[in-house]
Design a binder for this molecule. Structure first.
Ligand code: AMP
Ligand code: ZN
Length: 116
C-alpha cells in the first residue's frame, strides 16, 4: 500500500535514494538525511500508516517487529551499551513533519535529558 506523494513510500520503492541499513518484507531502516546525533536512523513500516493514530490491534505484531529490529540495530551500531533514544513524533503538536509512521533511533552521544 503505497501513497504516491509520500517521501517515505518513495524511499521504500527506491524512487528516491537513501542510505538503507536494514530491510525486510515489512520494514525499512535508513539514515536520517539531517542527523541530529552520530547515529540517527529512521525506521518505517512499508505500509503507509500516517502516524501512531492509525495503528490498531492488527498492527501489534508489526510494531513489535519494528522494536525488535530497533534493538538489534542499536546493538549492531554499537549504541546499545551506551544508550539511545527512540522517538515517534505524532501529529502537529508532536512535531511530525513526514506523514508516514516512523521511529527515530538516536544515539552515539549523550542526548539532552529533556523531553518535550
Ligand atoms: P519527523 O519530524 O518526525 O516527521 O521527522 C522526519 C525526519 O525525516 C526528519 O528527521 C528528516 O530529516 C527525515 N527525512 C526527510 N526526508 C528524508 C530523506 N529523503 N531521507 C532520509 N531522511 C529524511
Ligand atoms: Zn508513505
Amino acid at each position: 500500500m503505497q501513497v504516491s506523494d509520500c517521501i517515505f513510500c518513495k524511499i521504500a520503492q527506491r524512487e528516491i535514494p537513501s542510505e538503507i541499513v536494514y530491510e525486510d518484507d515489512e520494514i525499512l531502516a535508513f539514515k536520517d538525511i539531517q542527523p541530529l546525533a552520530p547515529v540517527h536512523l529512521v525506521i518505517i513500516p512499508k505500509i503507509h500508516l500516517r502516524s501512531l493514530n492509525e495503528v490498531n490491534p492488527e498492527h501489534e505484531r508489526l510494531i513489535g517487529h519494528i522494536f525488535g529490529v530497533i534493538c538489534r540495530l542499536a546493538e549492531e551500531l554499537g549504541v546499545a551499551a551506551t544508550g539511545y533514544r527512540v522517538v515517534t513524533n505524532t501529529g502537529t503538536d508532536g512535531g511530525q513533519v513526514v506523514g508516514h509512521l516512523h521511529f527515530h533511533l538516536l544515539g552515539g552521544q549523550a542526548l539532552e535529558a529533556k523531553i518535550g
